[in-house]
Write a protein that binds this ligand. Structure first.
Ligand code: NAD
Length: 327
């Protein structure tokens, strides 16, 4: 099967090369994203693998179908960049990736600890030989309540990891996960908002979860709440986060993703004009930690993402059971 992999990064090459030696796989790697002008140039009947920085809605999917492309894999867990229901309607088969949730869960715990110990300020200070303690007093997880929203693969792993810290853990999710009921108390969302010192988001981005953290929901949270988002930027309304930090209602933010990050993350923009005002403003606060959407980024996860991306296309084309098939 001819497979085009778009948005291919250098660190994925080793794994793609391993797979390209398998019989029947003809891989072509492109570092750029798949755009409308390139779709008609793809060989009909081939499979396409993408990452998450470009959107594939009706126009892109219609053009793919017209060009004979009916197998699409995203090498990401999140698939909010693909209109899966429209793909299904026009007969395009789509799969996503799965990988061990520990990488993102570990990163989430790191974000919580960095926020609780004012680590951003501590790091800044030591860079200029300022070893003072003023304003750096932290809090201990054992004294706090953590609220986890979304208890699927990643959220439930965060809960398991948190169980070693001695905190009280509350959970809210569309579906209860029996694997964590001994470690966390499922509560209504309003109670989680009202009682949590730290809230961490682990739901997919959907119409329902878009801007679930907004001015109204923030007003239901404790003053000084620490918010962690290692899921998708648009789960939070960036303007509401800015107001929450300015008013000090939010005590700290640990953000691995931010709304409108798509043209920014995973790129070196040092010498460019940085035109995302909200991101530039929000990230400069002493209590806002912002990273480049890298919670997933471990050797083991990248290998799995590439394997899912390629094997998923082959399995779907052979009508075999593809564990990550979405439609
Ligand atoms: P999952 O499907 O295993 O779990 C998602 C959970 O969210 C499920 O328990 C589901 O019941 C719950 N949920 C769905 N809609 C909900 C709603 N409206 N309200 C409450 N709960 C709801 O997914 P996962 O593997 O745990 O990943 C979660 C998300 O993390 C992904 O969708 C992806 O966007 C994001 N992610 C980010 C990174 C990163 O590098 N920052 C890496 C991997 C995944």
């Amino acid at each position: 099967m001819k497979i085009y992999a778009f948005e291919a990064r250098e660190d994925e090459t080793e794994y793609f090369n391993e797979l390209s030696r398998l019989p029947g796989i003809d891989l072509e790697l492109h570092s750029e994203g798949l755009t409308m002008d390139m779709i008609p140039k793809l060989s009909p009947g081939s499979g396409v693998s993408i990452l998450g920085m470009y959107n594939y809605r009706k126009p892109e999917l219609d053009l793919m179908k017209k060009s004979g492309i009916v197998y699409l894999s995203t090498r990401t867990i999140g698939y909010n960049h693909i209109d899966v229901s429209y793909a299904k309607k026009i007969g395009i088969h789509v799969c996503n990736a799965q990988y061990d949730p520990h990488g993102v869960a570990d990163y989430t715990i790191m974000m919580i600890l960095l926020c609780l110990r004012n680590y951003k300020q501590a790091l800044w200070r030591t860079q200029v030989n300022d070893y003072s303690l003023g304003g750096l007093i932290g809090r201990e997880l054992k004294d706090l309540t953590v609220g986890i929203i979304g208890t699927g693969q990643i959220g439930s792993t965060v809960i398991k990891e948190l169980s070693g810290f001695g905190c009280r853990t509350l959970a809210y999710s569309r579906r209860k996960n029996p694997g964590i009921e001994d470690l966390a108390e499922y509560v209504p969302l309003e109670k989680l908002y009202a009682e949590s010192d730290i809230i961490s988001l682990h739901t997919p981005l959907t119409d329902e979860t878009h801007h679930m953290i907004n001015a109204d929901t923030l007003s239901k949270m404790k003053k000084g709440v620490v918010l962690i988002n290692c899921a998708r930027g648009a789960l939070t309304d960036v303007k509401a986060l800015i107001s929450g930090i300015e008013s000090e209602h939010i005590g700290a933010l640990g953000l691995d993703c931010m709304e409108y990050e798509e043209d920014i993350v995973h790129r070196d923009l040092k010498t460019d004009i940085f035109a995302n005002r909200d991101m530039a403003y929000l990230r400069q606060f002493k209590n806002v930690i912002h990273t480049q959407h890298m919670a997933f980024y471990t050797d083991s996860a990248v290998k799995s993402m590439v394997h899912c991306g390629v094997h998923g296309l082959v399995e779907m084309s052979l009508k075999k059971n593809c564990a990550t098939q979405l439609c």
